[in-house]
Ligand binder design. Structure first.
Ligand SMILES: Nc1nc2c(ncn2[C@@H]2O[C@H](COP(=O)(O)OP(=O)(O)OP(=O)(O)O)[C@@H](O)[C@H]2O)c(=O)[nH]1
Ligand SMILES: Nc1nc2c(ncn2[C@@H]2O[C@H](COP(=O)(O)OP(=O)(O)OP(=O)(O)O)[C@@H](O)[C@H]2O)c(=O)[nH]1
Ligand SMILES: [Mg+2]
Ligand SMILES: [Mg+2]
Ligand SMILES: [Zn+2]
Ligand SMILES: [Zn+2]
Lengths: 211, 211
């Protein structure tokens, strides 16, 4: 429909602008409280001494996530969507104006906590990841197939809680592969950093091109 | 806007139909995997021998929740919303036709897992509850204020994980009261049934009127 088409056009413009400035952008989607901010903080901790990184944090309201990410000493822009349940390419287009794009290597975008609508609104990023957590239970992948069709990587977080939840990390991965055979899944614990190296590798966040 | 106005009209019609048949309807909202289905199953287990109860289960796709709820031996209708991220009064209006309304005392409606959009789409229920879980972290109430403005009760579930998460159930309750002073909050563990009696009391699910 018209809104989606318009969003795709703006997403393409964002992508062109990022490419012109040689910035790799990653759209981090996932359920409410699945660990998106914690994951981004882990990635920043690991990468920021080598690369120049900016972050756009999206939420309905508050600056809670931007404040937490600022603890990693990178430039963060908080975008508040009001009542909109997903970021869109227009909000990103405006946020990009706040950065000195010539001086960035990476841009992480934290999407609004929502496993449904962000799937339909590409932002112009190079990679899209979906973060789910084992505390949501064993069925959340199967119940939300569309967002996994859009992903380049699925992070299965909070593996430390798998036993208490009676949830199998392996079968969540199998549910992902039933929707997208070959889609990379990485189990993580964002409290300890387990799995972060694998994510960096899978997303090619460190490669000669980006060095 | 027009869509919301139309939804409110249909919600009123649903409410009139329920009142005409002396059915008390409860809209169960909450984040993905917070425990809505588990909570409904607990309520059914406790109430179904005394009352005639029907359930409408809402999800994008699959019949997973309806199948689980059927284990409680009540009539369940699964509504699939397609890509829509919330139930609406029109879907409920159609689902109501599937029940023998003259033979129901209670109707539980499980909304789509989403802490944002269901707030704007009343269904015509008598009560609306929001189920969050401690595994989403300490900020999820503050970040999603609008849905709590619509609630008659907030359930804080998975209290058994509070320690592992380093989350305080008490401060989640305080966050709710900052938005809505006096809004009832009930901590629960849906694996053990802790808190279920309190919910039944708060929602007046057992009272002379409903006996
Ligand atoms: N046990 C455990 N808790 C975690 C893990 N990762 C994150 N958390 C906790 O989960 C809660 C939510 O983490 P966030 O990083 O805020 O999640 P989010 O996806 O950014 O949340 P929203 O942006 O609000 O949707 C916090 O209390 C984190 O400390 C993990 O691997 N294990
Ligand atoms: N540890 C713990 N797990 C719980 C509790 N309540 C529910 N669960 C588990 O949490 C997971 C999700 O529960 P559901 O009842 O399916 O949650 P839901 O809100 O209906 O999920 P969706 O409808 O998919 O949004 C399941 O694995 C449940 O067994 C609880 O109090 N403690
Ligand atoms: Mg966050
Ligand atoms: Mg459910
Ligand atoms: Zn939405
Ligand atoms: Zn929505």
């Amino acid at each position: 429909e018209d809104l989606l088409k318009r969003n795709e056009e703006l997403a393409r413009k964002n992508r062109d602008l990022l490419d012109k400035n040689k910035i790799t952008a990653v759209d981090v989607m996932g359920s409410i409280g699945s660990g998106k901010t914690s994951l981004i903080k882990n990635l920043l901790f690991r990468l920021r001494t080598k690369y120049r990184i900016g972050v756009i944090a999206g939420d309905l309201t508050t600056t809670i996530d931007a404040e937490r990410i600022k603890e990693e000493e990178v430039e963060v822009i908080q975008v508040n969507t009001g009542k909109e349940c997903h970021l869109d390419a227009n909000l990103i287009r405006r946020a990009l104006k706040e950065f000195d794009l010539g001086n960035l290597d990476f841009l992480f975008i934290e999407n609004v906590g929502n496993l449904i609508c962000p799937a339909e609104f590409p932002l112009g990023s190079h990679k899209r990841m979906v973060v789910v957590s084992v505390s949501e239970g064993p069925w959340m992948v199967t119940k939300h197939p569309y967002i996994f069709s859009e992903a380049d990587l699925v992070v299965i977080n909070k593996i430390d809680l798998a036993q208490a939840m009676g949830v199998s990390v392996k079968s969540i991965g199998e549910d992902v592969h039933r929707i997208r055979p070959g889609l990379k899944t990485v189990p993580t614990n964002c409290l300890t950093g387990e799995g972060i190296e694998e994510i960096i590798k899978v997303l090619f966040l460190e490669s000669p091109k980006n060095a």
